[in-house]
Design a protein around this ligand. Sequence first.
Ligand code: FAD
Length: 320
Amino acid sequence: MNELSITKYIEQAKQTLFSFELLPPLKGQNFDSIQQAIDPLVEFNPAFINITYHQQEVVYEPVDNGLMKKHTVRKRPGTVGISAAIKYRYGIPVVPHIICGGFTREETENALIDLSFLGIKNVLAIRGDPQPGMKQFIPEKEGNAHAIDLVRQIEALNRADYIEKDLKNTRATDFCIGVAGYPEKHSESPNMESDIHFLKKKIEAGASYVVTQMFFDNQKYFDFVKICREKGIQVPIIPGLKPLTSLSQIASLPKTFNVDLPEKLVKEVIKCNDNKAVRQVGVEWAIQQSKELLDFGVPVLHFYTMGKSDNIRQIAKAVF
Ligand code: FAD
């Protein structure tokens, strides 16, 4: 299967496309959980599936004499393998995420070479969050510090410019690069203007489209698109939607993702007796959001599944 770039799929589409994001399962699981998430959504013709990348975490294990032993674990490995398995089993284009965190530039180059050999054409270039327990993002010594550095590295490979300069007869890769954007600004950014300034730099460095952080109030997305356009960002801006699934998310999502939850949504969630009812409120809210975004003419409706897709199926059934 010869993949096209995400921007080509968008250009060729006669209507809004459907896509979703999956997390690799926890270490020790197999492909079954991925299949269980994808199968119910296949009938809605996903244009592409994103697969997240998870940085390794430092954990401390108690040993004798009250001492602790430090080691690193990657709890959700397998992004490249899962991407290839989805592409070849389902014939659906995939967008593996590539992160700065935990990678030297050489490791990143090697991962990109693997993806290129696998015929994977699209990647989402992301910095990654600070490691769990850390307040600040710390890049590897020989790694990329910001998503823009990663975009530049991928763009360099697209010009056959590898880290080792004395390679002979090098071939260029042909990656289409997406980047993240934040309708309610990134948590570390001092203000929206600064965040959009750096977003524009990522586009100028070679990114071809933006996927947004989740938002629950469409007005935030409309305002974000307006400012981006005013600042000269002309690439597609794909809205990312996450249906609520549990009561605890009304406290955790604003903190983790720097997003506001509209009062009306919070009131509906608080009325629920259990998480099954919250899940239904989440579905209905996302259906309303999706319908309004379709009317606005968004290029793609992109859903964060967190590995479970029964709710996304209900939404896709109602809007596609
Ligand atoms: P950057 O673009 O580097 O921006 C980070 C901050 O630095 C922003 O405040 C920005 O304004 C500022 N900034 C940017 N460039 C510069 C510069 N050159 N100089 C100074 N400041 C700068 N995390 C994962 O670990 N794995 C994933 O798979 C993953 N997928 C995601 C997918 C989407 C669609 C989104 C929205 C987020 C995803 N994340 C993922 C989370 C992401 O890693 C975090 O939001 C992270 O904190 C920032 O990533 P970024 O790519 O936006 O970083």
